[in-house]
Design a protein around this ligand. Sequence first.
Ligand code: EPU
Length: 349
Amino acid sequence: MVVENNVALQPYNTFGIVARAQRLVRVRSTDDLLALLADQEVSPGSGTPAFVLGGGSNLVITGDIKQLVIKVEINGRRLVEETAKGWVVEAGAGEDWHDFVRWTLEQGYPGLENLALIPGTVGASPVQNIGAYGVELQDRFSALDAVDLQTGQSFTLNAAQCGFGYRDSVFKHAPAGEKGLGLAGRALITHVRFWLPKSWKAVLGYADLDRRMADSGISSPNAQQIFDWVCAIRRAKLPDPAVLGNAGSFFKNPVVTAEQCRDIIGRDPEIVHYPLPDGSIKLAAGWMIDACGWKGKHVGQAGVYEKQALVLVNRGGAIGSEVMLLAGAIQESVYGRFGIRLEPEPLVV
Ligand code: EPU
């Protein structure tokens, strides 16, 4: 097992934050991982838990990482099963998410097109139940394989066992946390499988997609056309992490009761909001941050993207504490005006 010491993490987090890992091990297969866990000298099983690094696209690093960093580089994608009703496709956790989505479409398995161009790896996709343009990962998820970092046991979880919620899953909660049986820091996801039904239907009805449909005059787009539109919308609206470091949406869209929402609308009739099936209301955090005048503002080298206030960006050489100072100032001002406490989406370490 090759342990690299004092490794620069800047290339491994899409925010481009400068930090180092004291020790880092690359894992390219489940066998690699099992060998690592059996290795008494480097094993994370005893002492401080390991830190699992995927594509680093949903991460704010606020200092050097002292735990052993396990960098997941498990590749491979395949058709597991085809039935009369659909396809089960699988990818290794280290595969790039967008490349995997493109591959499924090239193979003729539609269903993931609305999730095009989301940065990160396949293994990270269930952790925060990625979602965009009306589709969430949980809508296409079949099962995943993982390894328990403490016991070395392999296990498989179905959707119900992953406890998916809005940008949430069991992998985001501590084992003894408020939500009970969390797997944060405990499980390393090695493979993810998706169920893509042959009875494919376009998921539209999202304002940005409807605009593309109207502009192009295409009334029943196929999966490839939706993929192309989603890529174009995201490229126009969201910064490319290769050019301007960022971690996607920095805060979750808060969900409030109808009563709270009535109060807020009374004061701010323009606020963008979406009623949910259970009667609660989701508020557009980007709109609220924008309304507080944050677009284009910055703290040191951490800034608010000028085309989408929900995205914080690295203007060059930002450190994690600058990002968190900016995030805290935004939370304060949104709380002051709307009485809503925004919750960060990325993991802060
Ligand atoms: N808005 C503003 N000003 C802003 C930003 C947004 O007025 O600066 C308004 C927009 O005009 C729109 C509304 O707020 O009416 C919502 O904005 P948008 O459609 O851009 O979506 P979002 O709610 O900000 C969410 C996801 C994104 C996902 C998009 C599209 C979250 C936290 N974010 O963003 O996911 O791509 O919808 O489905 O749910 C991510 O999680 O990293 C991510 C990028």
